[in-house]
Design a protein around this ligand. Structure first.
Ligand code: ADP
Ligand code: MG
Ligand code: MG
Length: 988
């Protein structure tokens, strides 16, 4: 049987429905559904996306027999409307509309008013009693047909649309300003002139036969699937090119038939705030495309009731009905023809993060959707909107209008910041102390700038991408930031910044006011008022009562649902007590990464740190370390007290030592003075510490192995602080993490030292504190030898920033040019520093999980790279069975929601038929897949009645199979069963 190619709708029923988007496109499926549920829709039919694919497959020809089917379908429309295509008495006019399975707003083409020619236009004029309307529709149709079907585009980019040009001419000749002022006579002339231009440019006549018009328009809409805009849009969103578009042919209704007609677009709820209000705009006496064209200012939907109370009531019914039916906020198009309402489109409405949360909560409260569905509907990234300070939208628009827009960069830290320009981190601090609000603008930022960055309202850099230092710090601190704003250049000496704007170069001095919108990347001149978000006011500033914070309450509700649903725990990357407090406010269940190096830049610490580095003897080094010990202990104590009983992972010193040394003359001189060494000696030491590839150099555990006294001091500070906190009744749980381990012996060396210090401190203090020693898995060798390392390690934390750098062999700070080209050429699907590269880095992680759990089933597993706050990476961590993810404090809500979504997806997909005991365990505890490998292995061995001999041998065998599967990209659960079988065979 031939496939059904055309689906009719109208007259209260339809052949299609809302679940047929793939075949009918979103628009076609929506029109069918609305017809089925009794919403007034002008009748029509949809030609399927399969016909589109067919059209392309057969060299852009409509399939044979389609014309007969279209004629057939037109008859049914005729029967419902009493009109016929080309009928000289009562002509049917139709629109020919595009519609892919996902909405691609404005990317493809639509033709309106099709069916008009010199004969039918007279009939339309006579029946409507409105020749002006008839001829206006006709001239619009000829122009649209010329454009969409015949390709009458401007010839050069300086040219205007050819029909627009003729129209302008006409208006000028008639001495009028608006189209609507042209008399019928002029419209008649326009039609003739449009057709003449088509003949002149295309060498063929405008087709007068309505059926020919229709077939040509259908083919043209199919072709619009391949136009530049549509192709670019598909690329951007990763939609495959073989989906194709459906074509909907629909009888026209006219919003331009007079003062009792009109057209509009509306959202069933406010898409910016999520408020439960009908939100939209309409125009009286206008056709659909006029609302978007912006030639006339539309009225607010709320004003519709005053003009047409009856229509307003019907629209309200439609709104309720559609929402209840689709169980989500809808975006609709409607037209009123001489007092009668028609709905022309419905689709899921796009919304801001704020609105997404409110709508999900409201719909769940109304029991239209479950809590799980509500959680699934919110894009985790969108939660950012709820945390950031904001510009008042109207004021920003006004500022842009006043010409205050300067430049655009990458929106790295969402939110709004406004303040006085400073170019140096220490100025930011000094100005802040004076009570100024500042924006720090620089070529780029470095770890040394950290305190200045904390003092600034936001930062702006000329260089760097979304993973640059400035961007990373912005996320961690929740600061507003724009990076990579290439229009900026700096003269640090003159303390001036120049912006290359469209209107020429503009120069700004230190102290000038500037505003940055980190959600859009826009830089604006002057001050613009901002407001902190409600959530921040309640959670961080604690300046607002939750009772008086509706947005916060909804946020908290969604977070509570997410916490109920998720299996993964969440921790924060936090280095200071105040960050720890913020982390807890955002739901952190521990600290997953406390970087000790940031502490060394703090008050009074960099001096002794530098002394320690330039020390030439162990004694000198110990003397400097002795100065650092009490300062570090204080830092740790503060963090332990803030974290209470939650575990805190502290990483021992990681960056290469030269990062701490002064770069400038003044710094070198003062270090010389402080240490009593000559300037030459200091310079020589700096020279000595220079590395060609610091990222791959003397850093991580390599430092602690070379200078055990550093690890020793840090361990002492940790355990003394832990005892202090314990003395104060706080049940602390430090986890000491050794970075950059690639071999078991490295960890053995450092772990032994840490344990020895712990014993000493505990003995001296007469008390014990529970602690763990573990490692970061952040170089490939660490993952590959995880089974060995886990014999010493009590936990692993995947350091995916470094693991990505070392797996790709690419420095994160140098990705810029590579990334741009690779994304454009489709070599990488995305930035591997943003979302975990599952095939490469992810495979290593799986090996690490399998290996680690095989030798140490109780091994705690987490991630502390920036990926820990990326939704897709969080989902991956859930899938491979980690225990927790750790991320920047301000990304915790995102991680909580992403973890909940991963767990919900799991539950939805879980097949409820585990056959064997071992399989059951895997299903019940997906997180323990690898340790279940062991369970499965022993279960199999027991079944065989032959217990394998050496415990280690058995486990290693199972691990080996698990690792093999991990490399091959197979699921560990599946590998588990295979491991059990393989082992059974071997023990036999
Ligand atoms: P897009 O996908 O670009 O929105 P549409 O197919 O929805 O394109 O049509 C463009 C405009 O024309 C919309 O405002 C729509 O409401 C209007 N329109 C489409 N078909 C009809 C019709 N049969 N009668 C009246 N207006 C229509
Ligand atoms: Mg539309
Ligand atoms: Mg690292």
């Amino acid at each position: 049987m031939v496939q059904k190619r055309i689906y009719a709708f109208g007259g209260g029923k339809a052949e299609g429905n809302k679940d047929m988007k793939e075949l009918l496109g979103g628009k076609g499926a929506g029109l069918a559904e609305m017809s089925n549920i009794g919403i007034p829709v002008p009748p029509g039919f949809t030609i399927t996306t399969e016909v589109c694919t067919d059209y392309y497959r057969s060299g852009k020809r409509l399939p044979r027999g389609l014309d007969a089917e279209i004629r057939q379908a037109l008859k049914r429309v005729g029967a419902l409307t009493g009109k016929g295509l080309g009928d000289a008495k009562n002509p049917l006019l139709v629109s020919v509309r595009s519609g892919a399975r996902v909405s691609m707003p404005g990317m493809m083409d639509t033709v309106l008013n099709l069916g008009l020619n010199d004969e039918t236009v007279e009939a339309l004029a006579a029946r409507s009693g409105n020749p002006r309307f008839a001829w206006d529709s006709y001239r619009r149709f000829v122009a649209m047909f010329g454009d969409v079907v015949l390709g009458m585009k401007p010839e050069r980019k300086e040219d205007r649309d050819p029909f627009e040009e003729i129209l302008e001419h006409k208006k000028h000749a008639r001495g009028v300003r608006f189209d609507s002022e042209l008399p019928v006579e002029a419209l008649r002339e326009l039609v003739a002139e449009f057709k003449g231009e088509i003949q002149r440019r295309k060498g063929k006549a405008f087709p007068d036969d309505p059926f020919e018009q229709l077939l040509e328009a259908v083919a043209a809409v199919f072709r619009s699937w391949e136009n530049d805009r549509a192709v670019a849009y598909r690329k951007m969103y990763g939609y495959p090119s073989d989906w194709g578009t459906a074509v909907t042919v629909q009888s026209m209704v006219f919003g331009n038939m007079g003062e009792d007609s009109g057209t509009g677009v509306a959202f069933t709820r406010n898409p910016a705030t999520g408020d439960d209000e009908f939100y939209g705009e309409f125009l009286v006496n206008a056709q659909g495309e006029d609302v978007v064209a912006g030639t006339r200012t539309p009225q607010k939907i709320a004003e519709l009731a005053a003009r047409w109370p009856n229509i307003a009531r019907q629209l309200e019914d439609v709104r309720r009905k559609l929402e209840r039916h689709y169980r989500d906020m809808q975006d609709i198009e409607f037209t009123i023809e001489q007092g009668k309402l028609y709905v022309l489109q419905t689709r899921t409405g796009k919304r801001t993060g704020l609105a997404a949360v409110r709508i999900a909560v409201d719909l769940a409260a109304d029991r239209l959707i479950t809590k799980g569905e509500a959680l699934q509907r919110i894009d985790p990234e969108a939660l950012n909107h709820l945390l950031r300070p904001i510009f008042d939208a109207d004021r920003k628009a006004a500022a842009v209008k006043e010409g205050r827009f300067l430049a655009k960069g990458l929106p790295a830290g969402p939110g709004a910041a406004s303040g006085r320009l400073v170019f140096f981190a220490n100025d930011a601090e000094a100005w802040r102390t004076r009570g100024e609000t500042v924006v720090l603008a620089r070529h780029e930022t470095s770890p040394e700038d950290i305190r200045g960055m904390a003092a600034a309202e936001g930062f702006l850099t000329a260089f760097g991408g979304m993973t640059s230092h400035a961007a990373l710090v912005a996320r961690q601190m929740g600061k507003v930031a724009i990076v990579g704003c290439e229009a900026l250049s700096f003269d640090y000496h003159a303390r001036k910044m120049t912006v290359a704007t469209e209107a020429g170069a503009r120069t700004f001095s230190e102290g000038d006011s500037i505003s940055i919108d980190g959600s859009t990347g826009e830089v604006l001149e002057g001050k613009l008022e901002t407001r902190p978000s409600e959530v921040i006011q309640v959670l961080v500033e604690k300046s607002r009562d939750p009772a008086d914070a509706p947005v916060y309450r909804e946020f908290a509700e969604v977070m509570a649902w997410a916490d109920d649903a998720r299996r993964l725990k969440v921790r924060a990357n936090a280095d200071q007590p105040d960050q720890a407090a913020v982390s807890i406010a955002f739901g952190a269940q521990g600290i997953g990464l406390c970087r000790t190096e940031h502490m060394f830049f703090g008050e009074g610490k960099i001096g002794p740190m530098r002394e320690m580095i330039v020390a030439e003897t162990v004694e000198d080094r110990r003397a400097a370390l002795a100065k650092l010990l009490p300062l570090q202990r204080e830092d740790f104590r503060g963090i332990f007290l803030a974290m209470g009983p939650r575990p805190t992972t502290i990483r021992t010193l990681d960056p290469p030592l030269h990062e701490f040394l002064p770069q400038d003359e003044k710094g070198v001189a003062s270090l010389a003075a402080a240490t009593g060494k000559s300037v030459e000696r200091i310079r020589a030491r700096i020279e000595e510490l220079h590395e060609s590839n610091p990222m791959l150099g003397h850093r991580g555990c390599r430092l602690g192995i070379s200078y055990p006294e550093i690890t020793e001091m840090q361990a002492r500070a940790i355990f003394e602080a832990a005892c202090d906190a314990a003395d104060q009744g706080v049940k602390v749980e430090p986890e000491v993490m050794i970075p950059l381990v690639g071999a078991k012996k490295e960890l053995d060396d450092q772990a032994a030292l840490v344990r020895q210090v712990a014993d000493e401190v505990f003995r001296a203090r007469g008390r014990k504190v529970k602690y763990l020693v573990g490692t970061m898995i952040e170089i490939p060798r660490g993952a590959l030898t995880a089974a060995e390392i886990a014999k010493t390690a009590e936990f692993f934390s995947f350091g995916t920033n470094d693991l990505t750098q070392t797996t790709f062999g690419l420095s994160r700070d140098d990705t810029g040019p590579v990334l741009a080209t690779y994304l454009q050429k489709d070599i990488w699907p995305g930035d591997p520093f943003v979302s975990i590269d599952r095939d490469g880095v992810g495979a290593l992680m799986k090996i690490g999980v399998a290996g680690g759990r095989a030798t140490n089933p109780g091994l705690k597993l987490g991630i502390c790279g920036e990926h820990g706050g990326d939704p897709s990476s969080v989902a991956f961590c859930h899938e491979i069975g980690l225990d927790y993810v750790s991320c920047s404090p301000y990304r915790l809500p995102i991680a909580r929601l992403a973890a909940a979504q991963a767990a919900l997806r799991d539950r939805a997909a879980a097949p409820a038929r585990p056959s064997k005991a071992a399989a059951k365990k895997v299903a019940a505890r997906p997180g323990k897949a690898a340790s279940s490998a062991k369970a499965a292995a022993s279960a199999a061995a027991v079944r065989d009645g032959k217990r394998a001999k050496g415990r280690n041998g058995k486990v290693a065998a199972a691990a080996a199979v698990g690792i093999g599967a991990a490399i091959a990209g197979k699921s560990i659960a599946k590998a588990t069963r295979r491991a059990a079988k393989a082992l059974a065979r071997r023990t036999r």
